[in-house]
Design a protein around this ligand. Structure first.
Ligand code: ATP
Ligand code: MG
Length: 448
């Protein structure tokens, strides 16, 4: 045993109940069906836009996030789960977001050598925040990143993709806010004007804003403190400092959105949490989730690849919060059917188990969803209690492996839903041939 593992002494008389970590949730059935449904929708849509899946580790070197996200950001300042690897002293962090990891992987594997890449990911992220509705310490993101292309068309494509996803999910209360952060030199000119403005109103700034006045003044515009709203609203607008090229890029994105009927509003105060953004930034916001209303955010990050040591290349992407989107689907989207098996196998005697389970294996291989009745060890339980379980499972058919039918090489198929009670028998040895008759019409249509 490793010397690092704690000594686990003999179990005390009554073991104390262990609970999960605060702000980190279990996803249980039937809710997990909604998660799977969303993930399947996303996979289908991503493949329609020719985006390919990427999976990066949950743990990355701490330096990746400090360098990538920027030292003066909420995440790096106070939200990261960082620790030292006890075996080799490496500084590691549970990923708070996935863009930095994707960029690291793209650079490490030289993925842009033959041109740009369109990628997407799904998975857990970790931030030490105050848990509340729509804000957790382990939460999940789905993200899309396009690397290696500088044109406004990929910014627009990513926005069209997200917009198509809301439609696919049945969400309508989602609005799009758009802004441009320009280029570093333009930001520098704006920064001086911004600091001058904020200094003039220093008495109105909160502690965080005072601290960021010189390190990251742009982020002050992103404040959620209502007392600072007037200062921030009267601040010089970054949009007014943009040069011709930045404005042309911004207008090109808008022209594509306009042509596609995507509505948006321009929010000059939209700056986003991470330092790595330039040019286009955007957020999808709903009014339905209270103060946790941002369901998706993204933008261009043309300097990040270089910042983590890669050959300079442009990139743009977004990430959506799965928990928030699912909450919204619950509020607005269509109801999901409860998952149910096609058949429930009723087995009166344990002696019938080997044959019954063999039949179920054949049915499952044909695509039938079959739930086996499980007994208590020495008995399978009464027929009445087994039928009750079959009903509760939501199955449309019960397969009854009764001794009499089995003696003739047959199994009874009993309808539990439409025309409940209707019964027929089928041959035990030719299950592959009658399997189709048990599948729901929907399933047989999609599985072919
Ligand atoms: P917020 O301003 O709400 O803290 P953020 O700017 O930190 O959001 P991003 O880093 O842009 O969020 O992450 C993209 C999306 O991930 C957010 O729009 C949100 O939907 C979701 N998200 C971020 N943090 C959390 C969290 N702690 N719990 C649940 N979802 C989150
Ligand atoms: Mg945040």
């Amino acid at each position: 045993m490793s010397e690092f593992l704690p000594d686990i002494s003999p179990k005390p008389a009554k073991a104390q109940k262990l609970v999960g970590v605060k702000g980190m949730n279990d996803v249980l059935p039937p809710d997990s069906a909604r998660w799977e449904w969303l993930e399947a929708k996303v996979r289908t849509l991503m493949s329609r836009y020719a985006y390919r899946n990427i999976r990066t580790p949950i743990v990355e070197p701490t330096a990746l996030f400090v360098r990538g996200l920027g030292e003066v950001t909420d995440i790096v300042e106070k939200e990261m789960y960082s620790f030292e690897d006890r075996l080799n002293g490496e500084q590691l962090t549970l990923r708070p977001e996935c863009t930095a990891g994707v960029v690291r992987a793209v650079v490490e594997h030289n993925m842009l050598y033959e041109g740009g890449k369109r990628l997407y990911y799904m998975g857990p992220m970790f931030r030490h925040e105050r848990p509340q509705r729509g804000r957790y310490r382990q939460f999940h993101q789905i993200g899309a990143e396009v690397l290696g292309f500088a044109g406004a068309e990929v910014d627009a494509e990513l926005i069209l993709l997200a917009d198509a996803l809301w439609k696919e999910l049945g969400l309508n209360d989602v609005r799009l806010e758009l802004n441009s952060l320009g280029q570093p030199t333009e930001r520098l000119a704006h920064r001086a004007a911004l600091i001058a403005h904020l200094t003039q109103h220093a008495d109105l700034l909160d502690d965080e804003a005072k601290r960021r006045l010189h390190s990251n003044p742009l982020r002050i515009l992103d404040t959620k403190n209502p007392a600072m709203l007037s200062v921030v609203e009267s601040a010089p607008r970054l949009l007014d400092f943009l040069g011709e090229a930045s404005l042309a890029h911004f207008h090109a994105v808008q022209a594509i959105l306009d042509a596609n009927g995507v509505l948006y509003s321009i929010n000059p105060r939209l700056v986003r949490g991470m330092d790595y953004y330039n040019l286009t930034v955007f957020e999808f916001i709903t009014t339905s989730l209270g103060s946790q209303g941002t369901i998706c955010g993204g933008g261009r990050y043309d300097y990040l690849i270089e910042q983590v040591g890669g050959k300079p290349a442009p990139a743009v992407g977004w990430a959506l919060g799965v928990e928030r989107v699912l909450e919204l689907i619950k509020d607005q989207g269509e109801a999901l059917p409860e998952p149910a098996p096609d058949v429930y196998a009723i087995v009166p005697e344990t002696t019938a188990l080997p044959v019954a389970m063999q039949v179920l294996q054949v049915l499952r291989a044909q695509g039938v969803s079959a739930q086996m009745h499980a007994g208590s060890g020495d008995s399978m339980g009464s027929m009445k209690s087994q039928f009750k379980k079959a009903d509760a499972s939501g199955a449309r058919f019960a397969l009854v492996f009764g001794a009499e039918e089995m003696a003739q090489g047959l199994v009874a198929v009993k309808s539990l839903r439409d025309g409940a009670g209707a019964q027929r028998t089928e041959s035990l040895t030719s299950a592959a041939a009658w399997a189709y008759s048990l599948q729901s019409p929907l399933q047989s249509a999609t599985s072919s």
